[in-house]
Each structure stands twice: as structure tokens, then as C-alpha cells.
Design a protein around this ligand. Structure first.
Ligand code: TRP
Length: 483
């Protein structure tokens, strides 16, 4: 039957192209923008260690499961899960899991695109030389200027959504190769240049200390351990593009002969390295410029928050030879990394519309892009005209959260891990041993099938459920103590 060997949306030309595309999806703003600011807000070492634990114990088996489901179903996540459920005599309702992922992906893209827009604005600021010899106050002023103007942010957000639309409307398989084969490696090299800079700030050890050594005294200030864990878990899903069907959608175009374990490990290792290196670049700069009091203000007055990268890296660029050039190049490559990720956030929804309602691909991509574009207004306004709006003010834990923060919290910390639980239960408990063993074909692998099966059946879901129940109880506790 051809349906299970080919996808109507196209196929990757080789295993390597899949690895590149999945890496392109995984590596993006999540590594370079979100990871460092989360590490800052959640107090450093402990967050990083829990994050690494989540990647290894939950991220790896869940990513393998997503790739496997995509390749089994050969359709968009929603359709694939429906097909697989039917084929195995299970309830069709499982496809709601795909729907949840699609919603999460669109919500994430709505703010992702706005932040990618900031990066675009920074290409031009760098090129114009505004960071030359700049001070910490200077970078803050430039950043505040940018985000205080909704029209500007809207223009960049619009441009980025058009870029995403263009690739998705042409079909992902053709659009991606150059970006991931040439431009991503350039970004990696530039990160190494920045790392060399950070090593010479004289504060490298402070940065490392902050990132890797848990300091429990900070936790009490940050709303408690359960939120550190939930945030680390959310970050693990976000950075690996898990829980929203993105990797599943890409798995649908993967040739049958490839080893899912091997491709997964390549993507996970590359992604984790980029995030860790980004942190090792940024924190020494923070300490060298005495920004720590502003950046680590216990999550209460985290003035930098989402602005962290945009207010630290320019400080480094502003004081290095050829800084303007490197800064412009860096933000350009960051935009491209964000682009290869945003495509995978839109793809599951678009592929579904194409299959289900026989919409032409460009129509479907247009429809979804417009919806995301409108949703993006919520994030844009969160940094200016709505910067004082706190929709869930009456709950202590959400008291300081803007619309953007809440959107991100809902999508990244709740919907993605919830998608992860459902995927783990579906694959680990509803699909039988033989079905998954055939698809994974791990017999020859050093990491045996049994280890994966135990991880996806017990380790991942149990950990996920514990984290959920624990944080849910916290929230309820907070609710009842609310005025
Ligand atoms: N992983 C990407 C990043 O780190 C973002 C991303 C792309 C994503 N596709 C996703 C996040 C699907 C969650 C789900 O920048």
C-alpha cells in the first residue's frame, strides 16, 4: 500500500535532510532567546539540571515516539493519529491529541513571530553601528524604544509571518535545505566566536557557577520548586519542538529505512549544545556588566525577562572588533534559525487543512497565517499599551504575568507537556509491543528497544503526571488563598 510509504506532502530526499530539518525546527529562539531568560528567571543551576534531566528522560523517548507516529501515519499529526488508532482498533478520539498540538503550535507561533521580529529589527540596528562602545543603560534604552512602539513591532511581526507563510505555502520539503545546510552551521560558528569573547570577560567562572551549580536559596524566592520543575519541563518540550506535532509532521516525510533512535539523538544533542553554549555566552556578560541584580530579580522584577538576549549580546558586540558586522550577521542568522522553526509550528495545521478539506496548500497556509498574525497582537501589546494588564491578577502566581506570559505559560508549560503525556500513553499503552518494535526496528541498535519501551511506558508518563499533579495542587492552593 503506497499510503504507508509515501506522503502526499512530499518526502525528504535522505535521512540527513530529515536530521537537518528537525534540527532546524528544534534550534531557534527557544535555545538562544528563551533558554537563557528562563535560566535567569528560575534561578540558574537547579533549573538547568532539571531541564537536562527532562531532555534525557522524557524528551528523547517522546521525540522517538513522535517521529515514529509520523512515519507510521504519513499524514498530518491529526490524521496520522486517527489512521493509526483505526488501524489498531482504538478510539478515534485519540486524534484530539493532534488537535491540541495544533492549537499549541499556533499559540506559540503567535509570540514566536513577534520575538523573531525583534531579532530582525536588531539586524538593522547592528548594521547602523548603534551598539559601538555601548553601555548597559544604552542597550536597555534601545530595547525599550523598540518594544514601546506597537506599530514597529507589528511591521516586523507581519514581515516574519509573510516569510513563514511563503515557505509553508510551497511545501516544507523543498523550502528548507539551504537554510539548514549552510546557514545553521554558520550560526554555530558565530556562537563559538561569542563563546571565546565570554571566556575573556573575566567572569566566565561566575557564569558557569550560576548555570550549573544549584543554589537552593534562590528557589524560595521563585514561587517554589514545583514551578521551577514545570518551567524546566516546558522548556525541554519547547526547545525540542515536542508536544505540538511538529516533529511528527516531519516524521511523516521520513524514509522507512532510517533509524529513528539515531536521528533523534543527533537532533537532541545538537539542540542541547546550542542552548548550553548560548547560556555560557550570556551569563558571563551579565556578571561582567553587573547586570545580575536586574536580571535575577527573583522573577518578581525580572525587568530583562524576554529582553535578556537583546540587552546582553549587544554589549558584547559593542566591545569587540568588527562588532557591528558580527552583530548584524548574528541577528540575521538568528532570524533564519527562527524561520526554520516557525515553519514547523505552522506545518501541522496546514497539512491537516490540505488533507481534510482539500484546501490548496497556499490557501490553507494563508488562512492559518492570518489567524496567527491576529493572535500575535496580544504579545505585541503586552510590551506597550497592555504592559500593565494582568489578566489573572487575583492569583498570586500569575499576579505579575502579562498576556504574553500567560500565553506562553499555557502553551509551553501546559499544552506541550500534556501532549507529551498523551503521546506516551498512546504509544506506550495503546500500541502493542509488536507494532512499535517493527516500526522502530531497533534490534541492531546499542540502545535496545526495551529501554525505549520502558521509558515511554513508565518513566516519561509517570514523571510528567507527577509534575502536573504537583503543580496543579500548588495552583489550587494559591487559588484558595487568593482574595
Ligand atoms: N523548538 C523551537 C525553538 O527552540 C520552537 C519550535 C518549533 C517549537 N516547533 C515547535 C516549540 C513545536 C514547540 C513545538 O525555537
Amino acid at each position: 500500500m503506497s499510503a504507508s510509504n509515501q506522503s502526499i506532502h512530499g518526502m525528504w530526499s535522505s535521512q540527513m535532510v530529515f536530521v537537518l530539518a528537525a534540527t532546524g525546527s528544534a534550534v531557534g529562539l527557544g535555545n538562544i532567546w528563551r533558554f537563557p531568560y528562563m535560566v535567569g528567571e528560575y534561578g540558574g543551576g537547579l533549573f538547568v539540571l532539571i531541564y537536562l534531566g527532562c531532555i534525557a528522560l522524557i524528551g528523547v523517548p517522546v521525540m522517538m515516539a513522535e517521529v515514529m507516529l509520523g512515519r507510521m501515519g504519513r499524514h498530518s499529526p491529526i490524521t496520522s493519529i486517527r489512521i493509526i488508532a483505526e488501524r489498531n482498533g482504538l478510539s478515534r478520539h485519540w486524534h484530539l491529541l493532534g488537535w491540541m498540538g495544533v492549537v499549541a503550535g499556533l499559540l506559540i507561533l503567535s509570540f514566536y513571530s513577534v520575538i523573531a521580529g525583534w531579532s530582525m529589527a536588531y539586524i538593522f540596528r547592528s548594521g547602523a553601528g548603534v551598539f559601538d562602545g555601548i553601555t548597559a543603560e544604552g542597550v536597555s534604552a534601545i530595547f525599550s524604544d523598540l518594544v514601546s512602539e506597537p506599530e514597529k513591532l507589528l511591521a516586523w511581526h507581519t514581515l516574519f509571518m509573510i516569510m513563514t507563510y511563503v515557505v509553508v505555502s510551497k511545501g516544507v520539503v523543498r523550502g528548507l535545505e539551504v537554510a539548514v545546510k549552510i546557514l545553521m552551521p554558520m550560526l554555530f560558528i558565530l556562537l563559538l566566536v561569542l563563546l571565546a569573547y565570554s571566556m575573556n570577560t573575566g567572569y566566565f567562572n561566575d557564569g558557569i557557577q550560576f548555570m550549573f551549580f544549584p543554589e537552593t536559596s534562590r528557589i524560595a524566592d521563585i514561587k517554589g520548586l514545583s514551578f521551577v520543575i514545570l518551567a524546566a519541563l516546558g522548556q525541554a518540550f519547547f526547545t525540542l519542538s515536542l508536544g505540538a506535532g511538529a516533529i511528527m509532521a516531519y516524521g511523516a516525510y521520513l524514509p522507512r529505512s532510517t533509524s529513528i533512535f539515531r536521528v533523534t539523538m543527533m537532533v537532541v544533542i545538537m539542540d542541547t549544545l546550542v542552548a548550553i553554549v548560548a547560556g555560557m555566552i550570556i551569563f558571563p556578560i551579565v556578571f561582567a556588566n553587573n547586570l545580575d541584580t536586574v536580571v535575577f530579580a527573583n522573577g518578581l522584577d525580572a525587568r530583562y525577562g524576554p529582553g535578556l538576549v537583546f540587552q546582553t549580546l549587544p554589549l558584547a558586540f559593542g566591545h569587540m572588533p568588527w562588532g557591528d558586522f558580527f552583530a548584524a550577521l548574528f541577528f540575521l542568522l538568528l532570524v533564519i534559525a527562527a524561520w526554520t522553526s516557525s515553519i514547523s509550528l505552522l506545518e501541522p495545521a496546514v497539512a491537516y487543512l490540505v488533507e481534510r478539506w482539500s484546501l490548496a496548500r497556499d490557501r490553507a497556509a494563508m488562512l492559518m497565517s492570518v489567524i496567527v498574525w491576529i493572535l500575535g497582537l496580544g504579545t505585541i501589546f503586552s510590551f506597550n499599551i497592555w504592559s500593565d494588564v494582568r489578566p489573572l491578577e487575583s492569583f498570586e502566581i500569575f499576579a505579575d504575568k502579562t498576556v504574553y506570559h500567560l500565553l506562553d505559560f499555557l502553551a509551553s508549560n501546559i499544552l506541550l507537556p500534556l501532549g507529551g503525556v498523551l503521546i506516551a500513553v498512546f504509544v506506550g499503552w495503546r500500541l502493542n509491543w509488536k507494532t512499535t518494535e517493527d516500526e522502530l526496528a531497533m534490534g541492531k541498535e546499542y540502545c535496545s528497544y526495551a529501554v525505549w519501551r520502558i521509558s515511554i511506558r513508565y518513566i516519561a508518563p509517570v514523571l510528567l503526571i507527577i509534575v502536573f499533579i504537583y503543580s496543579l495542587l500548588k495552583v489550587i492552593g494559591q487559588l484558595s488563598s487568593a482574595p
